[in-house]
Every structure is written in structure tokens, then in C-alpha cells.
Design a protein around this ligand. Structure first.
Ligand SMILES: Cc1cc2nc3c(=O)[nH]c(=O)nc-3n(C[C@H](O)[C@H](O)[C@H](O)COP(=O)(O)OP(=O)(O)OC[C@H]3O[C@@H](n4cnc5c(N)ncnc54)[C@H](O)[C@@H]3O)c2cc1C
Length: 437
């Protein structure tokens, strides 16, 4: 890695996710040199990760090489590397490649490193309750789910087989709802014809939520609609149940033990560990408490955007950790940088909330904007269109549309591949975050 000084201001962006990429693109015509650093070489469309986990899409359908996305942008270069520290006083980013740590100077810094799965201090659960944040996570979930059905096929009737055919999903937010619905569909529509000794339709999918309703961020009517659609699919929804333990045998819910050999975790995220090392104020989830212009207090040249930051919205509550917030913040700070705005000239960031949605399965979803609430087929169509629209890359859009049309017509899932350690139920690769942490 190297950095040469020239007349343009140097902008370093850490993270090529929704926020970082939006910032880089919005700087295309600005008189700056942009360096975008990411520890992966791809931008990942996380809202469709669950489809990779449930064998509906392939990883390449929902990811795009960052270098390719920015290849026509002459003022932007991409570095594959992991940022391991930031010297806010000296204005240097420390980035590690496979051998060396490099100190890269900046005039403006945009930190957009996103979040990682949080177990709220119960890190021992990580081994058995796998979260969904990266492509590796999705492939590992796919492996565990498919291996569980394979193992059940070999197992005689009884408690062990029942445990293999019970899938617990912890956390009733959009990801939990999507995973639970897709799991039931996989069992009911897709795998049923493939097995001889088991009836995959007997697979239990149990969605566990500690609160009294699903989809806390949405209107209670949407929560009820999502629950009804899940139950219609055969998902068991347990509300108000707090998880007190997770091990290889299943989930402890107070005095009750749910025997489930596959446990999926979608109960929470926290900022990546780097934010805690900046020496600035963070919230309990490690998110940097930024000023209304998304800058770090005392450092108007440093911005933190997306899931790595926390900022109150117009209603006084922290903005949600969703992609529209990340993209809008990325574009907003890019404008401040391009126009070289002094702190006192900056209008605060305003989030334009276009609404929320979650899909439950084929023809089942909930969607709401400030004016309209949809459920069922119409919500599902809206979900499909929005997700194809926002996918990065023409190839991905076409591939996803073709895949979904094929699945709709045939009930087939083309990506039912078991890769890696074929028979081991719980071994998983180390996530990049864990190494960083
Ligand atoms: C399974 C799942 C489903 C979701 N579904 C939805 C949905 O339906 N709708 C919605 O709006 N939002 C959804 N979200 C949330 C949404 O994906 C996030 O809010 C959004 O990705 C945040 O964008 P970001 O740019 O802050 O972070 P990210 O998109 O996570 O990008 C962070 C980037 O930083 C890189 N990085 C991290 N640390 C370092 C480092 N130290 N050095 C170099 N690079 C680093 C990462 O590799 C990554 O590329 C979902 C999230 C998940 C996990």
C-alpha cells in the first residue's frame, strides 16, 4: 500500500458496505482522491444473505467486487486490507495487508465499518448459535441445515432424530422472521421429495423472541400479520421467552429446554471492535456517538456513518441500523467533504424514512410506509422489487430475478450444496470480526 500527496484532498473511507460505497460514489466529481479500504474484496447485499443461508441464491448473486463497482471512478482507488487502528491526532489510518501494517495519511476520514453479531456478553453461545452477517456465516448456516436433514435421514425414529429436525431461530426481527419462514419453506416445499426415510415437512421451526411481539421496529399490525403468516407456514412462534442458555443440544428457556440441534442467532448486532479503540464516546453496542453532522466530537474531519455510528433521529430515538440510513449518511458526509463545509456551515443529517418491510416467504410479507401498510402478496411484490432494485450490479439483478422466477415456478432451490466439513454439525470458520476483536 502507498499513498502519494498531490493537490487534491485525501479522503480515506474504511468499509465498502452500504455507507462507505455510497460515500465513495457520491465523491465521484469532487476534487479529492478517495481511497476505500475493506478487508473483503466485495460489497455484500446483507438483506439477501438469508437466501444464501437457505440455499435460494448463490453468494455471487448478492455480492459484487468493490474494485469493479468503482472501476470507472477515476478519483477512487481500492485497497484490500484490514484497518487495525486510527491515530486521530496524527490523522493516519493503520491498515494491515497480509504482511505489513501501513500508516496512511488523510485529510478527511469516513469510518463505515458496520456491525457484527452480538451475543450480549454470552460469547460461549457463539459456537452453537450461529449468526448471519457474512457470506461465510450464510454458507455455514446452509451447511448445518442441510447436514441436519442428512443426519436425520440416517437416524432411527426417536428423540435424536426429533432434535435434528428441530431448528431454533433466536430473535424475532426481520432476519429472524425471514430465516424462520425460509426454513419452513425449505422443509415443506423443497426437501420433501428428496428424502425417503424422513418426512422433512415434520421439521419444527421455532422462532423465539424475548419481547411480546415480532418486528419491534414496525407497527403492531405488521407484527401480528407477520406472526399469522409464519404460523400459517407452520412456524412455531414463542413470544416473551428469554433464552438463558445455548449448547450443542439446544436452547434453554428458563426452566424449559428446547431440543434443537441447529440454532440460528438473529437477536442482535454491535459495532465492530475498532470503534472502541478510537478513544471517543461509544454507546453500549460500541457505536460511536456522532454529532448531528455525523462527525466525531473534536474531529470535524472524521465521520462515522452507518451501523458503526449512533445518532438520534427526529423522534429522539436512535436511528435504526438499516441500509437506507447507512446510504443516506454516506451520501450526506460525501457532500460535506465535496463542498469543504466548515462545522458551523453544516446542516444536520436528516433521515428520510421510506418505510420498512420483511418477507416471510413466497407471497408472504409485510411492508409499511408512513401512509400505507401492506401484507401478503402485495407486500411480497413490493419486497421483491425493492430488493432487486437496490442490488449492486446488473449481473446480480438478472441472476436473482431468474433464480426467483425459477424457484417460483418449480419450488426448487438450486444452491443446496453442502461445502466444507460435510458431516461435522457445529464446526465453523472464524469470522473476520472475531480475528479483529
Ligand atoms: C442478515 C441481515 C439482513 C439485513 N436485512 C436488512 C434489510 O432487509 N433492510 C435493511 O435496510 N437493512 C438490513 N440489514 C442491515 C443492513 O445490512 C445494515 O444496516 C447495513 O449493511 C449497514 O451498512 P454499513 O455500511 O454501515 O455496514 P456494512 O454494510 O456491514 O459494511 C461494512 C464494511 O466494512 C468492512 N470492514 C469492517 N471492519 C473493517 C476493518 N477493520 N477494516 C476494513 N474493512 C472493514 C466490512 O468488510 C464491510 O464491507 C440486514 C443486515 C443483516 C446482517
Amino acid at each position: 500500500m502507498s499513498s502519494e500527496r498531490n493537490a487534491n484532498r485525501r479522503v480515506i473511507i474504511v468499509g465498502g458496505g452500504f455507507a462507505g460505497l455510497a460515500a465513495a460514489k457520491a465523491l465521484a466529481d469532487a476534487p479529492v482522491d478517495v481511497t476505500l479500504i475493506d478487508r473483503t474484496n466485495h460489497h455484500l447485499f446483507q438483506p439477501l444473505l438469508y437466501q444464501v443461508a437457505m440455499a435460494g441464491l448463490s453468494p455471487a448473486d448478492i455480492a459484487a467486487p468493490i474494485r469493479k463497482v468503482l472501476r470507472h471512478q477515476k478519483n477512487a482507488s481500492v485497497l484490500l486490507g484490514e484497518v487495525v487502528g486510527v491515530d486521530l491526532e496524527q490523522r493516519r489510518v493503520h491498515a494491515r495487508d497480509d504482511r505489513t501494517v501501513h500508516a496512511l495519511p488523510y485529510d478527511h476520514l469516513v469510518l463505515a465499518m458496520g456491525a457484527r453479531t452480538s451475543y450480549f456478553g454470552n460469547d460461549a453461545w457463539r459456537e452453537h448459535a450461529i449468526g448471519l452477517k457474512t457470506i461465510d456465516d450464510a454458507i455455514e448456516i446452509r451447511r448445518r441445515v442441510l447436514v441436519a436433514f442428512e443426519a436425520a435421514e440416517r437416524e432411527p425414529e426417536g428423540a435424536e432424530r426429533d432434535g435434528l429436525l428441530t431448528f431454533a431461530v433466536i430473535g424475532g426481527g426481520p432476519t429472524g422472521v425471514e430465516l424462520a419462514g425460509a426454513l419452513r419453506e425449505l422443509a415443506h416445499f423443497v426437501l420433501r421429495r428428496d428424502f425417503r426415510r424422513i418426512d422433512s415437512d415434520h421439521a419444527r421451526v421455532v422462532l423465539i423472541e424475548g419481547d411480546d411481539r415480532l418486528l419491534q421496529g414496525m407497527d403492531p399490525a405488521s407484527s401480528d400479520a407477520a406472526r399469522a403468516q409464519l404460523e400459517d407456514l407452520g412456524v412455531e412462534v414463542r413470544l416473551g421467552d428469554m433464552v438463558t442458555g445455548v449448547d450443542a443440544e439446544g436452547v434453554q428457556l428458563g426452566d424449559d429446554h428446547l431440543r434443537a440441534r441447529t440454532v440460528l442467532w438473529s437477536a442482535g448486532v454491535e459495532a465492530v471492535p475498532l470503534t472502541r479503540e478510537l478513544g471517543v464516546e461509544v454507546d453500549r453496542g460500541g457505536r460511536v456517538k456522532v454529532k448531528p453532522d455525523c462527525s466525531v466530537p473534536g474531529h470535524p474531519e472524521v465521520f462515522v456513518v452507518g451501523d458503526a455510528a449512533t445518532l438520534e433521529g427526529a423522534d429522539g430515538r436512535p436511528l435504526p441500523g438499516v441500509s437506507p440510513v447507512a446510504m443516506q449518511q454516506g451520501e450526506y458526509v460525501a457532500r460535506l467533504i465535496a463542498e469543504h463545509r466548515l462545522p458551523e456551515q453544516r446542516a444536520p443529517f436528516r433521515y428520510h424514512d421510506k418505510g420498512q418491510m420483511a418477507t416471510v416467504g413466497r407471497r408472504r410479507a409485510v411492508a409499511e410506509t408512513r401512509r400505507v401498510r401492506l401484507k401478503g402478496f402485495l407486500a411480497w411484490m413490493a419486497w421483491l422489487l425493492v430488493h432487486v432494485w437496490y442490488l449492486i450490479g446488473f449481473r446480480n439483478r438478472v441472476a436473482v430475478l431468474l433464480n426467483w422466477t425459477w424457484q417460483y415456478a418449480t419450488y426448487q432451490r438450486g444452491a443446496r450444496l453442502i461445502t466444507g466439513d460435510r458431516l461435522g454439525a457445529h464446526r465453523r470458520p472464524k469470522a473476520a470480526d472475531e480475528e479483529a476483536g
